[in-house]
Design a protein around this ligand. Structure first.
Ligand code: HEM
Length: 378
């Protein structure tokens, strides 16, 4: 399958039609040498431009270099096409000021106000060792081997500069980011991504997705803020819940994805539409009602999550859920108020545990081969 253009005004992997597979990684920077960090970002950018075009990570490749040296590509993607690979980079708040308050790279003053630490939400069960990070890279592709190869090579290139803090594999996109895509299903069996921001909605993207020049941090103009939440889904409990109850919790029908009280998947939600008992068909605490722009000051998100199953938990249950990812212009006005409401009232909470959290400032796109990820910041 084809290659997604790497260069552009915005980074690829945000409005790109969501691919089927994910390998997400968060890194800690282990050097305090600013020049080494910048060199690595340059090398990463060059490698990313190559890999997203379906080429080896380095110019010699897996088998073209000298036999005496380790190859500049690890080789497991030899013979595989680009598979729609996108690589999207983001900077965490700890890059600007680390946990002990140090401004390691002289960039603390450039931290965007929108990169404000997320508050604690009701019910959070976050594990610090799989949360946060100085840098992140989202690799999406239609072939898991291609996504993993890309992350592995970036980690290899970054040796001595970064170390992997945590990473997450995802299979099965849980969102559509283009009107051309059919809506996929999450592990609760419901269509997910129906009311998402879509690539075709240019005006809405300007308003809700892309950081704008006047927003505060000029180097972020054309970029976007990514919130990640690893959400464990207690699927065994869910599977013992009646169909009617499941639909009440979500606020949509399981089959077609139509809003309760509506007919078809893409019908506008009518929160006043009556159900069989004359009461509103959509419960006051249904997920789609609490997350809806009407109840969140108009806030919208571009959701781009993936299903995960990380084996089992040793207690006879699948360690499964949703690796939630959402891009937005300002989390303080979008993710935070929506999640505050959901965390307090969502009927779905009984079946969910948020176990990891991340927030990253994803800079604008790389313009050409002389540009690199984060040039505007350094
Ligand atoms: C809508 C599932 C977590 C925000 C939906 C829909 C489903 C769903 C089935 C309806 C289809 C659609 O419009 O996409 C889930 C599951 C979650 C989860 C299973 C956790 C495992 C979250 C979180 C947020 C969120 C953490 C944000 C804080 C939204 C929004 C909508 C939505 C904004 C669209 C509401 C609308 O405008 O109609 N979700 N969701 N969801 N969800 Fe979630």
């Amino acid at each position: 399958s084809g290659a997604v253009p790497f260069y552009g005004e915005h980074q690829a992997g945000i409005t790109t039609a969501a691919q089927d597979r994910l390998h997400f990684v968060a890194f800690d920077v282990i050097t305090t040498d600013r020049a080494r960090l910048v060199d690595m970002l340059r090398e990463w950018t060059a490698a990313a431009a190559r890999m997203t075009a379906g080429k080896d990570a380095g110019i010699y490749g897996a088998v073209g270099g000298t036999p005496e040296a380790p190859p500049d590509d690890t080789g497991e993607a030899l013979g595989l096409p680009a598979s729609g690979l996108t690589l999207t980079v983001g900077f965490g708040a700890t890059l600007f000021r680390d946990a002990s308050g140090r401004d390691r790279f002289g960039i603390a003053a450039r931290r965007p106000a929108a990169l404000a630490d997320l508050p604690h939400f009701a019910g959070d069960a976050l594990r610090p060792e799989i949360s946060g990070g100085d840098l992140c890279v989202q690799a999406c592709a239609n072939d898991p081997q291609v996504a993993v190869h890309a992350i592995r090579n970036l980690a290899r290139i970054g040796m001595g500069v970064v170390s992997v803090r945590w990473s997450q594999l995802g299979f099965g996109r849980t969102s559509s980011t283009s009107r051309d895509q059919a809506t996929p299903r999450n592990l609760f069996g419901f269509k997910d991504g129906t009311a998402n921001l879509k690539a075709e909605e240019t005006d809405l993207l300007r308003e809700h997705l892309w950081a704008q020049p006047g927003d505060g941090a000029d180097w972020m103009a054309g970029g976007s803020y990514l919130v990640t939440r690893k959400i464990r889904m207690l699927i065994e409990t869910w599977d013992r819940t009646s169909l009617a109850e499941q639909e009440t919790i979500v606020g949509r029908t399981k089959g077609s994805g139509a809003p309760l009280g509506g007919k078809a998947e893409f019908d506008e939600i009518d929160f006043a539409a009556p159900g069989p008992d004359g009461q509103p068909a959509i419960d006051r605490a249904a997920h789609v009602r609490l997350a809806h722009p009407d109840f969140n000051n108009g806030a919208r998100l571009l959701r781009r999550g993936y299903n995960f199953v990380d084996g089992s938990d040793g207690l006879g249950r699948l360690d499964a859920g949703l690796f939630f990812m959402a891009y937005q212009r300002d989390p303080r006005r979008q993710f935070v108020p929506i999640q505050t409401r959901l965390a307090r009232q969502d009927l779905m909470n009984e079946y969910l545990r948020h176990v990891s959290s991340g927030l990253f400032a994803c800079p604008p796109g790389v313009r050409d081969a002389t540009d690199y990820w984060g040039r505007g910041l350094f």
